[in-house]
Design a protein around this ligand. Structure first.
Ligand SMILES: [Zn+2]
Length: 167
C-alpha cells in the first residue's frame, strides 16, 4: 500500500480503537502520532533499502515482527513511565502508543505475511529478500492500490475538516 492509504485507513481504525478503549485524544497529536506510526516502517526502511540497493526500496528490519514488538514495548514504557509535571509533555506521551498501533497497521496493510523472511527476521537468516523491481505508475493504477489511496485521502481530509474546521 502507498502513503495515503496507510495514513487514512490507519487513522480511521485508530479513531475506532480510541473510541472502544474510551481513550481521550487531542486531534493534532493524535493525527501526528497515527500518521508517523502508519509510515514508520517505510520511513526507516525505504531510504536504507535504496542505499543498500534493494529493489522497490526494500522491506527490512522495521517491517519485522521483532521491530514491531520492541517498538511497542518501548512505546508502552514511555507511556507508563515517561510522565512529568508538564501537561503538554504528558499529552504527548499519552499519544505515543498510537505510533505503535500505526506501525502494526502498516505491517497488516503491507500484507507482510507474504514475506516471511522479513516478518520473522532474523528467523530465516540475517539477510532480507532482495525484492522485485516494479513500475510505480502501473502499481499505483492497480484498482486495490488506487482505491486504497482514494479512500485514505478522503478519510484524511474528512478527519482534518471535522476536527480543525468545524469546531
Ligand atoms: Zn511498508
Amino acid at each position: 500500500m502507498f502513503p495515503l492509504g496507510h495514513a487514512g485507513i490507519t487513522l480511521a481504525l485508530a479513531v475506532g480503537l480510541a473510541y472502544v478503549l474510551k481513550k481521550e485524544w487531542e486531534p493534532k497529536m493524535f493525527l501526528l502520532a497515527v500518521v508517523v506510526g502508519a509510515w514508520l516502517p517505510d520511513i526507516i526502511d525505504k531510504p536504507v533499502g535504496v542505499l543498500l540497493g534493494y529493489a522497490g526500496g526494500g522491506r527490512l528490519v522495521a517491517h519485522s515482527l521483532l521491530f514491531a514488538v520492541t517498538f511497542t514495548l518501548l512505546a508502552l514504557s514511555i507511556n507508563r513511565f515517561g510522565k512529568s509535571k508538564s501537561g503538554r509533555w504528558n499529552a504527548l506521551v499519552s499519544h505515543v502508543p498510537f505510533v505503535a498501533f500505526g506501525s502494526w497497521m502498516h505491517l497488516v496493510l503491507d500484507e507482510i505475511w507474504w514475506n516471511p523472511g522479513v516478518l520473522l527476521w532474523p528467523g530465516y537468516g540475517w539477510g532480507f529478500p532482495i525484492g522485485e523491481e516494479f513500475d510505480l505508475i502501473s502499481v499505483l493504477l492497480t484498482p486495490v492500490v488506487l482505491i486504497g489511496e482514494v479512500v485514505g485521502g478522503v478519510i484524511l481530509v474528512g478527519f482534518v475538516v471535522w476536527n480543525f474546521r468545524l469546531k
